[in-house]
Ligand binder design. Structure first.
Ligand code: SF4
Ligand code: SF4
Length: 506
């Protein structure tokens, strides 16, 4: 029997919609201006906290310890997946990978930006295998150090891998197989290792990793960033060790120069720069979460399509969790003559879920251009307005995931005592019922968070429309209305998805 979570109640939806219209109205009443953001709070300058912040970014031990913990957990996942029980909910490989990590990862970006990348076990294992050292720079670095071919230097490879990962996760059903989960984990290590052994820097993190790029784009909305304490010091710097590295510290793996860094997207929080800067001019900073999406992040064509696709795939994720999804899949299978695991039918739906939102976005941008007097380049508008999709995708992704995490993280205690699930049986109805009722968050808290997230995403998307709209279309006025309508419709769709009962992953 399939168990479902209840959705966000109608009264919450109505309240959110009313507030959304009030917010949209307020944007129209506000006269256009270019906002100057405050520079944020530099943690290393704070009393007490500053000392801890400075120490944590300077010592290699903290990061190394966390990396070792992550690698141990990761190897446990592979071993449990290969040799443990095939019952998904009794094997730590599937529960830790899909119910805890994959679900919690996006939520973590909301608090700590790209910090996951700093302790990522795929990169740690690849680095240890290729460099053959736990830390510190090695000379030579055991890589062919080839330049990444120009045609691969974009986020298109990461997007294709993200689509493939979604297909494996939701279509092929890898989430219900500990064995396949372990094989996928091994595949990720092989790809990361090969990339490091062939290309210079961390090309896998920069161009290929679907998880890293997803975190990277979402972290444009994170309230934290690694930035220079004083940009004037960087402007006068002659060594630029943060970029080149030192005798003992590796260079920036994604070729970023700290003095010019404006966005989190490609920073993996690896800490190389903080350890190599000779004058300790780098610190974690607290900042407005909308700053990059509104102003700092530069629009690029490939990145725009990654963000638009991220929104589409996030929505598709929610759609596949609806109890009616399997019926719709079966109807399509009947129509196209598909049988067996219905992979063709699933692939068609996945493709449609990518194409339809993209068409909708392009049409709304087209309307903006049609209304505007200046008729700017279409491509420029598509890239520039793509930042609207980021807060919409991020807020829905987290709202969807906290529901999963709150209701499906149970049973971890018993898994820690028997991670391989030896001698266990599938969950009984009684156990399923207990997990159903035993939630991490009370329903009131969960609904408040979900409603708040929807408003957060919508509000930031309005700010992006307002500020980027002024930059793209000076004296834009009423011509931005289609993008406001777009944000309203997308958030409305997300509210509808959250309102539906959702299939539990157990
Ligand atoms: S962060 Fe440090 S090493 Fe890098 S440019 Fe600034 S002062 Fe120089
Ligand atoms: S070295 Fe580069 S990737 Fe690493 S934390 Fe510094 S800026 Fe980010």
């Amino acid at each position: 029997m399939t168990m479902t979570h209840p959705g966000l109640p109608g009264e919450w939806i109505t309240t959110v919609i009313i507030i959304m219209f009030l917010l949209a109205w307020r944007v129209f009443l506000t006269s256009p201006y270019h906002r100057e953001f405050a520079s944020g709070i530099t943690l290393s300058n704070l009393p007490y906290v500053g000392k801890i912040a400075k120490f944590s970014v300077k010592t290699p031990w903290l990061l190394l310890s966390l990396k070792i913990v992550m690698v141990v957990l990761f190897l446990l996942i592979i071993a449990a997946g290969l040799f443990g029980t095939p019952i998904a909910e009794r094997n730590i490989a599937t529960v830790l990978t899909w119910n805890i990590w994959w679900t919690g990862l996006v939520i973590s970006v909301f608090f700590i930006g790209t910090a996951w990348c700093a302790v990522c076990p795929w990169d740690s294992l690849a680095t240890w295998l290729v460099r053959r050292r736990l830390w510190n720079r090695v000379h030579p670095n055991n890589s062919l150090n080839l330049k990444v071919p120009r045609w691969l230097r974009s986020v298109w490879p990461a997007l294709l891998l993200f689509i493939a990962l979604t297909w494996l996760e939701l279509g092929f059903g890898i989430t219900t197989s500990p064995y396949l989960t372990a094989l996928l984990s091994l595949l990720m290590i092989i790809m990361a290792t090969m990339s490091l052994a062939i290309y210079e820097g961390k090309a896998f993190c920069r161009y290929f990793c679907p998880v890293g790029r997803t975190i990277g784009f979402y972290s444009e909305l994170a309230p934290v960033e690694l930035r220079p304490v004083d940009t004037d010091v960087c402007a006068k710097c002659t060594t630029i060790d943060c970029y080149h590295g030192t005798q003992t510290v590796e260079p920036c793996p994604t070729h970023l120069v700290m003095g010019r860094l404006k966005q989190n997207t490609y920073c993996t929080s690896c800490g190389n720069c903080t350890r190599s800067c000779p004058v300790d001019n780098i610190s974690w900073r607290l900042r407005s979460p909308s700053r990059e999406a509104i102003q700092d992040a530069r629009p690029h064509w490939d990145e725009a399509w990654f963000m638009i696709s991220l929104l589409a795939l996030t929505e598709f994720h929610g759609y596949t969790m609806l109890p009616s999804f399997n019926q719709q899949l079966s109807k399509l299978a009947l129509f196209i003559g598909d049988s067996g695991q219905l992979l063709w039918s699933f692939s068609v739906l996945l493709l449609l879920s990518l194409i339809l939102p993209a068409i909708a976005y392009v049409l709304f941008v087209g309307m903006v251009r049609w209304f505007s007097k200046s008729k700017p380049e279409y491509k420029k508008l598509i890239s520039g307005f793509a930042f609207i999709t980021l807060p919409l995708a991020f807020s829905y992704h987290i709202a969807h995931n906290i529901s999963h995490l709150s209701r499906e993280a149970g049973g971890l205690g018993s898994l820690l005592t028997n991670p391989f699930g030896f001698g266990t049986q599938p969950l009984s109805m009684m156990e399923k019922h207990m997990r159903y009722t035993d939630t991490l968050l009370s329903e009131g808290v969960l609904y408040t968070l979900q409603a708040g997230l929807m408003l957060f995403g919508f509000w930031i998307s309005l700010k992006v429309i307002h500020y980027r709209g002024q930059a793209l279309l000076p004296k834009s006025g009423i011509s931005l209305t289609p993008m406001v309508l777009y944000a309203l419709l997308v958030t409305g769709f997300h509210l509808w998805l959250l309102n539906q009962p959702m299939t539990m992953r157990m």
